[in-house]
Design a protein around this ligand. Structure first.
Ligand SMILES: *Cc1c(COP(=O)(O)O)cnc(C)c1O
Length: 467
């Protein structure tokens, strides 16, 4: 494809994407296709001859769109938001268009230096501890996911613990988390080589937050058994119910025991752009690593996870392996950052471009307005739930997620959920809290307005009236 053809088709495809966003309310939010239906619309074999792209545009509308669940639709209240905003789309386009590989500073200096700068901007914007800034002992890196961030933290924790505890082996190391932590914590621990019998699910309190007393007891029991406590994996805003582990308390235990403490703030961390919601950062001044996902609630599309460490050397000591073909004068002098040493893969895309564009397009004020509206609408919804005789909140609703249920039991709640999702206007998902089916309304899709939240509540109460 020549640059001239790229200009032509680029215009057509961008136009298609903009049109998709304009038409977003025309589609059923949850895809209605059956398994195999999309595949059946595609030829079994690849094309032999080059094809025109008009056919591709047709296929997008005919085969692909019906097989989409529309995460950008204003009635999307499922899981968590995943925002494809204009500036983020354009940032990704630039990243693809430039095609640089940012594995080393030397492999594209701008890719590294822009990333360091926007990560420092986020430290300031979110009121994060100064030790996460690049001019201190720590620093930030853009990972592909909160899952990868947890894995990197676990590997750093493992290496630090093995270096500190003479004679200890991997089989002696213990990881502590809670049953409400994201599944990626358990998966990361598995990948990092911790045995299943060395992962402790510390008890939670009635609000689904990890109990510091239970952590201290579990650590003491493991010490008594000759094991080596290695890492605490805490959550600031759990996936199920947005519960906040008491990070400051947990960090005190971690410190005293020489453990690494990582905090997963994947969804809730973005709220810190608003000074009034900085409670989400509580305790971060004493942790080893932290991450949140701009690709969830901060107007940035997948994939963009912001991760910080308090001591970058602990991370790079664990992840740096330098073959001769990657050695270069700047890296050898140690005067530059090579982000390959902060992550699992070698290769890395120019992800900071989209974060840079998002921050410049919205400014702090625009991002704050987005967070505030999501919280305000969720709080309004929580108020309606509280005042309804048949519905009640299933958990505290501190921000943009409301967990609620009808008093008629699991089956009734499943039927309400099905009615809503089959309507095509909304998509909500569920979780289980206290062994009971719980509906979740997650607000934060960029196209959502107050009236969409009102309409969802109306549809919920109507479905309940038909039970
Ligand atoms: C969504 C979520 C994750 C997973 O995020 P990825 O970036 O997809 O790995 C992890 N932890 C929490 C608390 C989440 O809400």
């Amino acid at each position: 494809m020549t640059p001239e053809e790229l200009r032509l088709w680029g215009g057509r495809f961008l136009d298609w994407v903009a049109g998709y966003h304009e038409r977003i309310e025309d589609f059923p939010v949850l895809s209605q296709v059956r398994p195999g239906e999309v595949a059946a619309g595609l030829p079994a074999s690849p094309p032999t001859e080059p094809e025109g792209f008009d056919a591709v545009l047709d296929d997008l509308d005919r085969v692909i769109v019906p097989g989409l669940t529309h995460w950008q639709a204003p009635g999307f209240f499922a899981y968590f938001p995943s925002p494809a905003t204009g500036p983020a789309i354009l940032g990704d386009l630039l990243s693809s268009g430039l095609g640089v590989q940012g594995m080393l500073w030397a492999s594209s200096p701008a890719c590294t230096e822009l990333e360091t700068r926007v990560m420092d901007w986020l430290v300031e914007l979110c009121g994060l501890p100064r030790r996460f800034a690049s001019d201190s002992s720590g620093g930030g890196v853009i990972q592909d996911s909160a899952s990868s961030s947890a894995l990197c933290a676990l590997v750093a924790a493992r290496e630090r613990a093995l270096a500190a505890a003479s004679g200890a082996t991997l089989a002696d190391l213990v990881v502590y988390t809670s049953e409400h932590a994201h599944s990626s914590i358990c998966k990361g621990a598995r990948i990092a080589g911790f045995g299943a019998e060395r992962i402790r699910f510390v008890d939670s309190d009635a609000g689904y937050a990890m109990s510091p007393e239970a952590l201290a007891e579990a650590v003491a029991a493991d010490r008594a058994a000759g094991l080596v406590p290695c890492a605490v994996m805490a959550t600031a805003g759990t996936t199920s119910s947005l519960a906040f582990d008491p990070v400051a308390h947990l960090a005190a235990t971690a410190r005293a025991e020489g453990m690494w403490i990582h905090v997963d703030g994947a969804l809730a961390g973005a709220a810190a752009v608003c000074p009034e919601f900085r409670f989400v950062n509580r305790g971060l001044g004493a942790v080893d690593s932290y991450c949140f996902n701009p690709h969830k609630w901060l107007c940035t599309n997948l994939d963009c996870t912001a991760m910080w460490v308090a001591d970058r050397k602990a991370l790079t000591d664990a992840l740096s392996v330098t073959p001769e073909y990657l050695s270069n004068p700047e890296s050898d002098k140690g005067t530059v950052i090579d982000y390959r040493d902060w992550q699992v893969p070698l290769g890395r895309r120019f992800r900071s471009l989209k974060l840079w564009l998002v921050l410049r397009w919205y400014g702090a004020e625009g991002l704050q307005a987005h967070i505030r509206s999501g919280v305000a609408w969720a709080q309004q919804f929580a108020g309606w739930v509280r005042r309804h005789p048949d519905f009640s909140l299933a958990a505290a609703a501190p921000l943009n997620l409301v967990c609620f249920r009808h008093r008629a039991g699991d089956d009734a709640n499943r039927r309400i959920l099905a009615a809503l999702n089959e309507s095509g206007r909304f998509y909500l998902t569920h979780t289980v809290l206290d062994g009971r089916c719980t509906l979740r309304l997650s607000v934060g899709t960029v196209s959502t307005r107050a009236h969409h939240v009102e309409a969802a509540w109306e549809a919920i109460t109507e479905a309940a009236a038909r039970l």
